[in-house]
Design a protein around this ligand. Sequence first.
Ligand SMILES: [Zn+2]
Length: 430
Amino acid sequence: MQCLIAFDGLSSRDLPALLELLPRSRKLLANLSKHTVSYSLNSAQASWAELLTGVNLFSNGCAGYAHPTSSLNTLAVFTEADLLAVPKTIEPSSGSTVAVVNVPIILPRSRDRLWLADGSLPTNRLFSPSELSAESIFKSYLPRAYESHAGAARLPQMALVNRCIETESQRLLCVASLFQRKGLSKFVYRLSLFDQLAHLLGIRFLEAADLSSFGNLSNFLRELDDVVESFSAHGNLQMSFISNYSHEPCRATLNLNLVLAAGGFTQLADAQNLARASTQRMNVATAMWKPTVHNLTSLEGCLDTSRTAAASPVAGCIYINKRTVFDDGIVDDDNYLTVRGKVVSYLQNFLISQYGSSFEIEVHPSDFNKTKAPDLIVKIDGVEFQNLSASMAPITPLTTHVAKGFALLPERLNVAEQISATQLASLLND
Ligand SMILES: [Zn+2]
């Protein structure tokens, strides 16, 4: 069996501290070969889809948890049915079953996977096949620690931290139970906890032994240690550990839509229309909310699409408002390249003036992108994108994401120290 455990949010610099806190499985982890993993695009929110499909977001269409549907003004949660490529990394071989726990994006198309949701969908508890929800062990499974943003915002910081630890601890019980199922060929478990703590406590939190939450965290890590050790006793198992993204200190936030509006590319809706859209927008934002992850703040209904040539409804992603792709699109096919070129040069000038050279703009490789994948991806080092209107003053978070991960792989795979996500995907599929 192929078993993959994802410590998302940690960087390779966190590994020594993590190993200290996992005394029983330390030897197992230390014996694996250590690799840094790079992604083809500088976008942490696209890293899982790249690992699952082996191709980047321009080819797999997945730019994060949400994507525009019939209009740049309507967003939906991204599911497997929206992928433009097959998620090979979690495909079962014939006659076997794959178990997937808390992996972003994937609401399975079919019943051939045992799947516990990651909390990105509006319903907090969701299983596939749905019969799993009747099993007593899964009754306690909550993919995210809170039902809503509003509820979480009322909790004091340490209560939030402890709620995240409890939720992961419950998930771990479900994981241990699922692992016992017969006929599994692949098992994938992603922890949310390290990502959440990086936002709530800042980077290098594994070394912050003086924090009052540290006792609870080390108790959880003891539980994790036991589970990893018990997995390793399973015969015929290939175990790998990865992190699909890490964190860096956040120095600023930026609303790309306001930048595009200043350049004449985006027209925000007037106050009357905004008010009308705000209830719907709040519903979507609440449904998509995960603790302090700002990727999902929604722009639902905020645009005047009849006067918008390009906008950023998903954090860091810019879409040209194409007539052939969106029902209310206004950019004709003949104009696509010109508009895209204008947006790129405008953004380049703006970003150089604000951030020097610490940014990247990736452009869709084809001359006409007829898909709902974004046309441009923007990444600015240490800057968190915040799409909501300027009147909602954004709070600068402690950390933001960076598309740099690591992999601890069986030594026999014999690969270079630095590998790409595509390489990692094919190693995990062999
Ligand atoms: Zn994060």
